[in-house]
Design a protein around this ligand. Sequence first.
Ligand code: NIG
Ligand code: FE
Length: 400
Amino acid sequence: MSSTTADASTTGTTVITNIASLVTNDPSLGDGSPLGLIRDAAVVIDGDRIAWTGESREAPATDNRIDAAGRAVIPGFVDSHSHLVFAGDRTQEFNARMSGRAYSAGGIRTTVAATRAASDEELERNLTRYLDEALRQGTTTLETKSGYGLTVEDEARALRIASAHTDEVTYLGAHIVSPDHADDPAGYVALVTGEMLDACAPYARWIDVFCEKGAFDGDQARAILTAGRAKGLHPRVHANQLTYGPGVRLAVELDAASADHCTHLTDADVDALASGATVATLLPGAEFSTRAQWPDARRLLDAGVTVALSTDCNPGSSFTSSVPFCIALAVRDMGMTPDEAVWSATAGGARALRRTDVGRLTPGAYADLALLDAPSHVHLAYRPGVPLVRRVWRRGVRVV
Ligand code: NIG
Ligand code: FE
């Protein structure tokens, strides 16, 4: 197979032709499935946007031409859940878990101490390292959070650093009760909803809370999310990860964009998700790295819930930046088909961020796409662990 002959950073329009299968995520195109799969396809990029998709033989003339040589093209992955502003690592904790110790939210304190001690430069270096790592694996939109500072200054610093690298920034001052407030959780909630929120809101689009035993209960989570909303931040929730609880139903009640984890769900939780606009974001890297039970994607999909798949990349519970790895896990262990998993990692992630300009390859959307070293997107699950992402374009510019 020959390699690409030009890239879309050249001025003018570029056509990628000879694509064996193109995932558009527009069901009105191609095979009419949710993936809108077009065989023998072409895609035209004009500046930072998609200008045209269709069959190769009908492709309009353009300034530049790239031959995909029978490979597959998919939208860039939309990783709607990560925690990348941190320092240190937790190898020992992982090792202990793999020897039988259970995961608990308490490990977060280790990363809080290391993050507070790190310089701005070190935090930014870490962030860009993991962003680059994700990009090389096909991720072109990535949300990331604070949550390892837990003081006014450290949370605002994390968000300021993150906001220089992504528009999808989430304030997670309510990750755990800060060790400085161990005896005064109410005082910490007051800080998170008061001075800390004021300092953080200018850098963030979203507010998140870890609603879980050992972190924040339903009443605290409601107070935190409501305060964030009053400051213009939109809610998303870490919900029902380690135990059953009120997080998922609260997320739906507050019209959160997403309820994330969704590992322990009652029928009432599933019904609530099916009745609202809140996406269930599943994070199989966390179950892999904590040896926990898998979230039941099949149950959610069969109930009509919109499902997203993301990495949760963080040094404690899920230290992977690889969406392809998460796709493989979701297909092998969570009852998803390869088509569903690829949709959830692209269009699903976009829904979880309430975006219509990413996660699809249709005219007007951002030209964020990945060329695979494979004839079909199915290979992402069929060939687990193999680096299949050959080229990546972001905003029309070839970056990998
Ligand atoms: O999404 N659940 C809470 N937060 C992270 C874990 C953070 C950590 O262990 O450092 C998660 O899994
Ligand atoms: Fe998380």
